[in-house]
Design a binder for this molecule. Structure first.
Ligand code: ZN
Length: 123
């Protein structure tokens, strides 16, 4: 649960940590997730963890990537969407997709989304 006051406080805190994450955009994200099952303290921990991770570009990752959440709350978190190409893997950080990218079989833009290799033009 996130109340309006909590959302405002957390939005400006996150904006202070990550200037590119605008307070209004953060407010919108927190409002969208206002019914989240985690207590506000845990949501704050996850949000700050995500904001500190410079590999994270978009704040939406806060509510998708379970690495940012305290262990005690992980059991009640909504399940992240699965990778459509790899059963049992999470779409946002699918290790099998990354392996495909490294092997040159998948463009990096298709991590966690369905990808069909183009038919071989020379065949
Ligand atoms: Zn995958």
């Amino acid at each position: 649960m996130i109340t309006e006051n909590q959302a405002k406080a957390l939005a400006s805190l996150l904006h202070e940590i990550r200037p590119r994450w605008s307070a209004p955009a953060m407010l919108k994200l927190l409002e969208k997730n206002a019914q989240h099952p985690a207590p506000f303290a845990d949501i704050t921990v996850a949000a700050v963890n995500a904001a500190r991770d410079h590999k994270i570009e978009t704040p939406g990752a806060i509510f998708i990537d379970q690495r940012f959440w305290p262990d005690t709350i992980k059991a009640v978190l909504p399940k992240p969407p699965p990778c459509p190409d790899h059963i049992g893997k999470d779409a946002h950080n699918c290790a099998s997709c990354w392996a495909d990218v490294k092997a040159g079989d998948r463009p990096q833009t298709h991590i966690g989304t369905h990808y069909e290799a183009p038919a071989n033009a020379g065949a």
